[in-house]
Design a protein around this ligand. Sequence first.
Ligand code: HAM
Length: 429
Amino acid sequence: MSKSLQAIRGMNDILPEQTPVWRYFEGTVSRLLDNYGYKQIRMPIVEFTELFKRSIGEVTDIVEKEMYTFEDRNGDSLTLRPEGTAACVRAVLEYGITGGGQVQKLWYIGPMFRHERPQKGRYRQFHQIGLEVFNLDGPDIDAELIVLTWRLWGELGIRDAVKLELNSLGTSESRGRYREALVEYLSAHHDKLDEDSQRRLKTNPLRVLDTKNADTQAVLVDAPKMADYLDDESRAHFEGLKARLDAVGIPYVLNPKLVRGLDYYSKTVFEWVTDKLGAQGTVCAGGRYDGLVEQMGGKPTPGVGFAMGIERLVLLLETLEQIPEEISRQVDVYLCAFGEEAELAGLALAERVRDQLPNLRLQVNAGAGSFKSQFKKADKSGALYALILGDDEMAQQVVGFKPLRGQGEQQSIAWDALAAHLATCVVQG
Ligand code: HAM
């Protein structure tokens, strides 16, 4: 196929055999979020470029080199959203729904775009489910965000494969003091830093902390520690969060080098990481951003949130073989009809059954075909049962009811009794 007719590198189709796992994952998360009282919000995929520059930060990797930015026909600079927090803050401000201290507990789902180097678990179009909470500043809500993800990992059967890393960046004042101390220390060791860290030292010094370079890591061993610069308020907030996680029994690791790649965080930051996916092991990440709304032109409004990467979590479910068997079955019952008269009767019968069992996944054979070919299609569909309508069945007003997965013999069921019979043998979603 010519290159121009292929999908763009790093932007993937999610094929029919993959969508059941996606829907299972998305369904599980959305049910859980409903139960915790979160409401869904849907934002556009494209926003003014300025929005991301102002919120994520001019000197972050995302804004410096990963955004899909273009001019539209009006000459406006627009960008495909690289994340959801900025747009969510823009939306709550635009509609005034956080005004007067109104609490908002929101979630969103959708594609995000970053021009990163594609590899396993890292794509240029990827999907997030994100949560943002506004106007709650205590550690109780930070804890709730973590508790609900912990419950999610439990429901998905992946708790043992993920680890919670936690840090506090403090208020912007305490972070400012820490930044100064760090810059002073790193400047004294400037020659031992890798090139990227030398650059970051000037533009975004905290990001030096998450360098992968061994020499720079060695320099960092004796660097000032963020925890020593936390103000009392941030320290108490962090203690409050840890106490709550301890109360629920959620294990965590304190990672003083966790700084996150977006500039808007303050106080709590966290990441759920796994060692089962190779280099791209962060499946869910977020933190508090108490200054962001004000920075974007609103009244001071505390905020906290996170986003999880759907591709990575789906990969993890697959890697750990934690996909319930029934979700891949898309057909419960497959109806085969032979001859025109049987086809007409079959169609009407199928509709009657659907009236009575709206959740039954009933597929009616299309395209006619011999006994053998229809049977093959029934088997391939993954259905548990085939319904058969041929001359004999038509004469007796019954259907042949044939288990396809080895549970018993074929039997005849009267048309009127079919729905009731199916209700007893098919567990419906
Ligand atoms: P983030 O750490 O940039 O945070 O992304 C969150 C998650 O999205 C990552 O942990 C990862 O699972 C997934 N992800 C990120 N980039 C890619 C990629 N290129 N390919 C596949 N998956 C990816 C944020 O986006 C913040 N908005 C989170 C947040 C919400 N903080 C507060 N509220």
